[in-house]
Design a protein around this ligand. Structure first.
Ligand SMILES: *[C@@H]1O[C@H](CO)[C@@H](O)[C@H](O)[C@H]1NC(C)=O
Ligand SMILES: *[C@@H]1O[C@H](CO)[C@@H](O)[C@H](O)[C@H]1NC(C)=O
Ligand SMILES: *[C@@H]1O[C@H](CO)[C@@H](O)[C@H](O)[C@H]1NC(C)=O
Length: 317
């Protein structure tokens, strides 16, 4: 846990500097549009399965490939078929590609990076923005689209495997839907995956992306690129006073894509009791408006809703 607290101290340091560098009012790219409530039932039906798959991504590869990970696997019901699993639980975070017979879709789920990997990503001056790989994303040719270099490095370690796995899975099952999900740094990788898959799979395959506790992954041009590629098919769920969605800070050039759904309250049973849909890329009435004095590291792990939490402790197997 020492590494994890290092991460959060680093993150909190950046949050503190944001306050000095940029006043909360009237910043470009920010909206204060009043968010619209969404019912707990809608949250469960729209995002519940993705959350359960993201929770499973923290289980060991053996438990995932055999689909014997205890309650996190059991809660998804019978018939899930893992078509490919990758990563090494080390430098390359785990991911899996599975067929979900309930929704007739191919699911790609990314594990959040383990504490030692988080350290290696955030250390090493990798907080910097770097050009998006224009071989993979030809739209990035003019160099204006910049992403977090550590996230891109991590993404590149599994990108080819994810793409090949999804193409194989679509062929084998003949379904036309792909669902991409992940939590924390896994959410950042999942978002890059989704843009890659959308570009590579063509319009006959739908790609839906639901991520949890997403940190900012790139600059304004990246946020606009994600919006153009994914639009309303991307949902990024933020939980109460989790500091992670507010870093890296905007004053060093980072910006979120649209699609935030913000959880404002969760009861003692892990049920979300106040959830809102937030317009715009950065909405002051959602996580962008969180007070730096009230950040909560436990809010990053959960529970988010339906008593679903993420991280190694949520899947000990
Ligand atoms: C939204 O944010 C604006 C600016 O911070 C604030 O004046 C307004 O009261 C907020 N609305 C809601 C519903 O929280
Ligand atoms: C960029 O993407 C291509 C695949 O399109 C890949 O082969 C290459 O390794 C990537 N470059 C970097 C620096 O990751
Ligand atoms: C919520 O989940 C935790 C494990 O993650 C469990 O210990 C607890 O009993 C659950 N609470 C309810 C109300 O189901």
């Amino acid at each position: 846990m020492a590494h994890l607290s290092f991460l959060f101290l680093t993150l909190l340091g950046h949050i503190a500097s944001t306050v000095y560098a940029a006043p909360i009012t009237s910043r470009a790219g920010t909206t204060a549009t009043t968010p619209v409530s969404i019912s707990a039932a809608d949250v469960s039906s729209k995002f519940g399965r993705a959350a359960e798959f993201s929770r499973v991504s923290y289980c060991s590869s053996a438990a995932v490939t055999s689909w014997k990970c205890g309650p996190p696997c059991d809660s998804l019901g019978k018939g899930i078929e893992v078509i490919q699993a990758g990563g090494d639980d080390g430098l390359v975070p785990m991911y899996f590609v599975a067929h979900d017979p309930v929704t007739q879709s191919i699911v790609v789920a990314h594990q959040g990076t383990e504490p030692s990997n988080i350290l290696s990503i955030l250390n090493d001056a990798q907080f910097l923005l770097t050009g998006l790989n224009s071989t993979r994303f030809p739209a990035a040719k003019d160099g204006s689209i910049k992403v977090h270099s550590g996230f891109q490095k991590t993404f590149e370690r599994t990108a080819d495997g994810v793409l090949a796995g999804v193409q194989k899975a679509l062929k084998a099952t003949n379904v036309k839907k792909v669902v991409v999900t992940g939590h924390s740094l896994g959410a950042a990788i999942a978002t890059m995956d989704a843009v890659m898959l959308k570009q590579a799979l063509g319009s006959s395959v739908s790609v839906t992306t639901t991520v949890f506790g997403l940190p900012r992954g790139g600059n304004q041009a990246w946020a606009d690129f994600v919006d153009a590629a994914l639009g309303s098919t991307l949902t990024r769920i933020s939980n109460q006073n989790d500091p992670v969605p507010t870093v890296p800070p905007r004053f060093i050039g980072f910006q979120h894509p649209q699609g935030e759904v913000h959880i404002k309250a969760v009861d003692a049973k892990g049920a979300a009791t106040d959830v809102v849909v937030c317009a715009g890329q950065e909405n002051e009435n959602c996580s962008e408006g969180n007070s730096v004095l009230k950040t909560s590291i436990p809010n990053h792990l959960g529970p988010y809703f339906d008593n679903i939490s993420f991280g190694g402790a949520s899947c000990p197997l």
